[in-house]
Design a protein around this ligand. Sequence first.
Ligand SMILES: [Zn+2]
Length: 175
Amino acid sequence: MRFLVSTIILIFLQACSQNHQPIKTSPMENKEAKNNPYYSRTDTTKLNVSNEEWKKILAPDLYAVAREAATERAFTGKYNEFDEIGDYYCAVCGHHLFRSTSKFASSCGWASFFEADKEGVYYKKDSSYGMERVEVLCKRCDSHLGHIFDDGPKPTGLRYCMNSVSLEFVPDSQK
Ligand SMILES: [Zn+2]
């Protein structure tokens, strides 16, 4: 009997402690937004910030990809195998780039989308590394995001091959 009572008390205590779990951090408290005065999910004003300035603000891995067009290693990105419902923003400036409904499972090793926010990105011819590719950049802050290819699924046939480090995902549950 005593054992039963203590078991019930234990279950009760566990149930209580679950109510005291830490509250989810607010989207604005993410590491990208901290110490970054240019970061905003609502202000779409074009930014003109020098790389010298960005270097002081951004984490080294984000700076290398976003401002020097480096590419993260295949299959290492945090959004490569990721299918939560929400939106993807520019990790540098907070500009809206993709909706999760346009993300698809690609075997290429990088987060892949078939459609971008038309107000979110622009394109530039990229002839580096002996390849003819089309670079995808953030319309607000000119940061490098990845490349676009024409071997994607319907309805667009496009594949936005993105570096996860350049993206910041915000689930619908946090809006
Ligand atoms: Zn941006």
